[in-house]
Design a protein around this ligand. Sequence first.
Ligand SMILES: [Zn+2]
Length: 125
Amino acid sequence: MGSDWFDPEALEAERQEADFDQAALEASGRWHATRLRAARSALRRGDKERAAKLCPHGWRQELKGSGAREDARHGQEGFRCLDCGSYLRALVDPEEPNRPAWAARFVEVVVPCEAIPIGLVRGEA
Ligand SMILES: [Zn+2]
């Protein structure tokens, strides 16, 4: 268990968030990896709100799809983030309003970290 007051990964993620705009951040694989580590760190501390805020939600499963049969929300609109377990919904992309929901570039958290995330269970990082 780490301390909330000294979490270099989370601090770095927040610093990056403050310093760069969203498009630049998303172009950066390092950003993604840093955010993911910080999210997992928060999740291990039981801080679901923070984990959901930090997670890049890059590994998503559509809940209407057959791959989500085991999910408690199977058949509903939206996605499960397999990294943090959050229930997500697609946001309309202002640059591509007709982009299909399953390929959404932007999502928002409806319920933070409500399911056990596969990524964390696998014990990565
Ligand atoms: Zn996530």
